[in-house]
Design a protein around this ligand. Structure first.
Ligand SMILES: Nc1ncnc2c1ncn2[C@@H]1O[C@H](COP(=O)(O)OP(=O)(O)O)[C@@H](O)[C@H]1O
Ligand SMILES: [Mg+2]
Length: 163
C-alpha cells in the first residue's frame, strides 16, 4: 500500500488503514520497521498509531528513550480505531516503540530483553531506524517514509514481499 499524506490528519487516517490491513504474526511478536530520514514522519506515525490504539499523548518526538512499553489492554476503551470491526485491536496487549537511532551495537537491544519482546505474540513492536539493528530484526512489516514537501509525506507499507 502506498499513500501520499498531505497533512497530519491524513497521516492519522493512514494509521487506521494500517491497523485495518495488519495481520498479526503467528508464533511471535508482530514487528514493524519504520524506515526513512530524520523528519520523514516515523515518530508522528507512531503517535497517531498509538492514539488509534487507545493511547493518548504518549509518543513524543524527538525521543531520547530507546524503548517504551504501552499497555494496550487497559487502554482499549479509548481506541479510535472502529471497535465494531476490531473490539480487541487484533489481540495485541502491548505496543512497544523503539527508536534505534542511537544504538551502536545490537547487544544494547539484547540486554533490554529483545529476544523475549519479539517472541511474544501479544506484542506489537515498532522500530524506528531498524537499519541500526538489521542483524537482530526478525522478518517484519516495512513502512517507508519519504519527505516530499513541508507538509507532504509518502508512506509506503510493505506487509510482505509480495505487496
Ligand atoms: N503529512 C505529514 N505527516 C507526518 N508528519 C508531518 C506531515 N507534515 C508535516 N509533518 C511534520 O514532520 C515532522 C516529522 O517528524 P518526526 O515524525 O519526528 O520524524 P522522524 O521520526 O521520521 O524523524 C513533524 O514535525 C510533523 O509535524
Ligand atoms: Mg523519530
Amino acid at each position: 500500500m502506498e499513500f501520499i499524506s498531505k497533512n497530519l490528519t491524513e497521516t492519522s487516517k493512514i494509521t487506521f488503514d494500517f491497523i485495518d490491513n495488519l495481520k498479526p504474526a503467528t508464533g511471535g511478536a508482530t514487528v514493524v520497521g519504520l524506515y526513512g530520514d530524520l523528519g520523514a514522519g516515523k515518530t508522528t506515525f507512531m503517535k497517531y498509531l498509538a492514539e488509534a490504539l487507545g493511547l493518548e499523548e504518549v509518543i513524543q518526538s524527538p525521543t531520547f528513550v530507546i524503548m517504551k512499553f504501552f499497555n494496550l489492554a487497559e487502554q482499549s476503551e479509548n481506541a479510535r480505531f472502529p471497535k465494531t470491526e476490531n473490539p480487541k485491536i487484533k489481540g495485541f496487549q502491548k505496543l512497544i516503540h523503539i527508536d534505534a537511532y542511537r544504538i551502536e551495537e545490537v547487544n544494547e537491544m539484547l540486554v533490554l530483553g529483545w529476544d523475549n519482546i519479539v517472541s511474544d505474540p501479544k506484542n506489537l513492536v515498532c522500530v524506528e531506524w531498524p537499519e541500526k539493528i538489521t542483524s537482530i530484526m526478525p522478518p517484519h512489516i516495512k513502512i517507508f517514509f519519504e519527505h516530499l514537501s513541508e507538509n507532504a509525506r509518502k508512506i509506503k507499507i510493505k506487509f510482505n514481499e509480495e505487496n
